[in-house]
Design a binder for this molecule. Structure first.
Ligand code: B12
Ligand code: SF4
Length: 538
C-alpha cells in the first residue's frame, strides 16, 4: 500500500548559469502535484531549495526522482542507498532516464519515459495494489536480468494542472535579506504549451514530447500565474516556444494584461515572431522583458545541418525588431557541428557583440541522444563521443570530437567567449550606450560565470589527454586514428548510450515522423558520415 511519496530533484555537480537563481523546476513539482491530487501524501525536495531529508525518505513508501544528465550520478547514489538500507521502491523520470533507462535501472526500480503526468498515477496505483507493472504503458523495469519496456504512451492532450509550489520543502517568497544572504535571486516557472513543430537535429524536444505542439487551457495558465504571484514577480515560461499558434498566445497575453499581474516574463520564441507586430506589442504590454531565441549558428550550412529552418537574415531582422521593442535578448548557439571552424565560431562571438545581445549561451553539441533513425545511431557517430561521467554532460562541456578543431580548442573558445561577453569591457560598453538593463544582466552573468568557468577550466587537461595525436596540424580530426583508438581503448566513448540502444533494441522514445537526413549534423547534401559508423560497432 503506497501512501507517502517523496519526490526529489538533484542539482548537477557543477554550477551552471542558473546557480545564482532559486528556480523550482517545472516537471517534478508538477508530478508531485498530480500525485497529491490523486490522494497521496507528497513531499517535494528540490536540492537547491532544500536538500532531501533522509528522515522523510525513510518514512515514505515510494521515492520519485527527476534528473537532468548532470545530476544523474547523485541520483543513482542516493537510489542505491535507498535500495540497500530501506528497500523502498524508486521511480526515475525526466530527460536522463528517458534516454538512458539501462544505467538508470541499475539503481532505480522503474523508469518513466517522456511526459509522466498520466503514467506516474497509473504506475503508483498499480504498485499500491500489488498489480503487474507490465500493464502500465510508458515505463521500463527489470524482470530478472531482462529489461522490459512497455508500449509507448502518448503525451497528454490536456495538461491543465499547474505545479503547487507549497509542496516544495523550504520554498517560500524570498525577502531582500534572503537574497543578500544566499546571493541568489528568485525566478518562477510556468508553462503554457508543450512540444514544438520543428525538428532540429540537435534538440531532444521531439523525442521527449513526441505528441507535438499543444497549448494549455488559457484560464488554467492564468490561475497558475495568480497562484505564483505570491512568490515573486520574475517568471520564465518554460515552453519550448511560447509563441507558436500565435492566435492562442495573443489571447493569453490579453488575459495577462487584463489581470495586471505585474510580472516580468522571460519567454522562448523563434525568430518568426519578428513578423507579427501585434504579438510583439502584446508581449511588451503583458510584461515580457527578455526573449530567449535559439539562433544556433550564423553559418548557413550549419543552420541547414541543424534543420533549423532559419537564415542569418531572419536572425538579424529578429534582433533589430526585438531591440526596437525594447526586449532584452538571450541568443543561444549550438557549437561544434561538422561545418563549424574556429574562425566561424570567433565570427559568431563578434556577431553577438556587434548585435549588442544582452546574453548569449554557447552550448557544445550533446550528440549522444540515441535516435531511432539510421540504425539507432546517435547524432554524432558513437566513436566521436567523449564521456567522462554524467556530471560533465550538462551542456557546458565538450563531449565530442569536432571535425575541424580539437575538443579542448572548442572548450577554450567557449571559455573565451563567456570571458569576453560577461567581462568588464562589455559591461562598460553597455553602460556607455546607456543600456542599463543590459549592463545589469551582463554583470549578474559575470557573477555566475566565474564559478561556471572553474569547472570548464578543470576539464581542459582531460580533453587534452584524450585528443592527443588525433588532430592534424590544421586542426582536422584524424578519424581513422580515432576509430583505431576507441577500438583498442573504448574507456572514454559513450558506453552508457550504446548499452541503452543495444539492450532495448530500439530507442526508448519514438519519433512521430521518421527523419532520414541530417542525423549527423552535416549538411543534407553530404549526408553520409565520412566513415561508415555501422561498420565500427561499440
Ligand atoms: C525551460 C528550460 C530551461 C530553463 C529553466 C530550467 C528549470 N530549472 O526549470 C533554463 C533556461 C534556466 C534552463 C537551464 C538549463 N537547462 Co534547460 N531546458 C528547459 C526546457 C526548454 C524545458 C524544461 C521544462 O520545464 N519542460 C516542461 C516540463 C513539463 O517537462 P519536464 O521537466 O521534462 O518534465 C516532464 C517529464 O520529463 C516527466 N518527468 C520529469 N521528471 C519526472 C520525475 C518522475 C518521477 C516522473 C514519473 C516523470 C518525470 O514528466 C514531466 C511532466 O510531463 C528543456 C527542454 C524540454 N523541452 O524539456 C531544457 C533542458 C531540460 N535543459 C537542458 C539543459 C542542459 C540545461 C542547462 C544545464 C543548460 C546549461 N548548460 O546551463 C541548464 C540547467 C538548469 C538547471 N539546473 O535546472 C537540457 C537537459 C539535457 C539533459 N538531459 O541533461 C534540456 C532537455 C534541453 C536540451 N539540451 O535538449 N533550461
Ligand atoms: S531547437 Fe527550438 S525550434 Fe528546434 S526543435 Fe528544439 S524547441 Fe523546436
Amino acid at each position: 500500500m503506497i501512501r507517502k511519496i517523496v519526490c526529489i530533484q538533484m542539482n548537477g555537480e557543477f554550477p551552471d548559469f542558473t546557480h545564482r537563481l532559486v528556480m523550482p523546476d517545472y516537471g517534478l513539482p508538477l508530478i508531485g502535484t498530480l500525485l497529491a491530487k490523486a490522494g497521496y501524501d507528497v513531499r517535494v525536495f528540490i536540492e537547491h531549495v532544500q536538500p532531501p531529508s533522509w528522515d522523510a525518505i525513510r518514512e515514505s513508501d515510494l521515492v520519485c526522482f527527476s534528473t537532468l544528465n548532470a545530476g544523474a550520478d547523485k541520483v543513482y547514489k542516493l537510489a542505491d542507498r535507498i535500495r540497500a538500507e530501506l528497500g523502498i521502491p524508486t521511480v526515475l523520470g525526466g530527460t536522463n532516464a528517458s534516454y538512458y533507462p539501462e544505467p538508470a535501472l541499475e539503481h532505480c526500480d522503474y523508469v518513466v519515459f517522456g511526459e509522466g503526468d498520466e503514467t506516474i498515477i497509473e504506475l503508483v496505483r498499480t504498485l499500491s495494489a500489488a498489480g503487474d507493472p507490465a500493464g502500465v504503458s510508458g515505463i521500463a523495469f527489470r524482470d530478472g536480468k531482462r529489461t522490459r519496456r512497455t508500449p509507448t504512451r502518448p503525451g497528454p492532450e490536456r495538461f491543465d494542472t499547474g505545479p503547487d509550489f507549497r509542496l516544495i520543502e523550504g520554498y517560500r517568497r524570498m525577502t531582500m535579506l534572503d537574497m543578500l544572504r544566499q546571493r541568489r535571486r528568485p525566478l518562477l516557472t510556468a508553462q503554457s504549451s508543450r512540444g514544438c513543430q520543428f525538428k532540429c537535429t540537435f534538440c531532444i524536444v521531439n523525442t521527449m514530447f513526441p505528441t507535438g505542439y499543444r497549448k494549455r487551457d488559457i484560464e488554467s495558465v492564468i490561475a497558475d500565474l495568480r497562484d505564483k504571484r505570491r512568490y515573486g514577480s520574475n517568471l520564465m515560461f518554460v515552453d519550448n516556444d511560447f509563441t507558436m499558434k500565435r492566435k492562442a498566445t495573443k489571447q493569453l497575453l490579453r488575459r495577462i494584461i487584463e489581470e495586471k499581474f505585474g510580472y516580468k516574463f522571460v519567454v522562448f520564441a523563434r525568430t518568426e515572431i519578428a513578423r507579427d507586430k501585434e504579438l510583439l506589442d502584446l508581449m511588451r504590454e503583458a510584461g515580457v522583458t527578455c526573449v530567449y531565441q535559439g539562433y544556433e549558428s550564423i553559418r548557413a550550412d550549419t543552420l541547414d545541418a541543424y534543420d533549423k529552418h532559419q537564415t542569418l537574415a531572419q536572425i538579424e531582422t529578429a534582433i533589430s525588431t526585438l531591440h526596437g521593442y525594447g526586449f532584452q535578448i538571450l541568443g543561444s548557439f549550438v557549437v561544434g557541428a561538422d561545418t563549424d571552424t574556429l574562425d566561424s565560431l570567433r565570427e559568431t562571438l563578434e556577431f553577438v557583440r556587434r548585435q549588442k545581445l544582452t546574453y548569449a549561451y554557447f552550448f557544445p553539441i550533446w550528440g549522444h541522444y540515441p535516435e531511432q533513425m539510421n540504425g539507432y545511431r546517435t547524432i554524432v557517430p558513437w566513436y566521436r563521443s567523449i564521456f567522462h561521467s554524467w556530471k560533465y554532460s550538462d551542456g557546458n562541456f565538450v563531449t565530442h570530437y569536432p571535425l575541424h578543431m580539437s575538443p579542448s580548442r572548442l572548450q577554450q573558445l567557449v571559455i573565451d567567449a563567456y570571458d569576453e561577453l560577461y567581462g568588464p569591457a562589455e559591461i562598460v560598453r553597455a553602460v556607455t550606450r546607456n543600456d542599463l538593463p543590459s549592463a545589469r544582466g551582463k554583470f549578474l552573468h559575470w557573477y555566475s560565470w566565474h564559478r561556471v568557468r572553474k569547472g570548464m577550466v578543470e576539464y581542459l587537461p582531460f580533453l587534452r589527454e584524450v585528443e592527443r595525436d588525433l588532430y592534424d596540424e590544421d586542426g582536422t580530426l584524424r578519424e581513422k586514428a580515432l576509430v583505431q583508438r576507441v577500438s583498442e581503448d573504448p574507456r572514454w566513448s559513450f558506453s552508457e548510450g550504446n548499452r541503452t540502444v543495444e539492450a532495448l533494441g530500439l530507442t526508448p522514445l519514438e519519433l512521430p515522423v521518421p527523419r532520414s537526413r541530417n542525423i549527423t549534423c552535416v549538411p543534407p547534401k553530404s549526408d553520409a558520415t565520412p566513415l561508415d559508423a555501422a561498420s565500427v560497432q561499440p
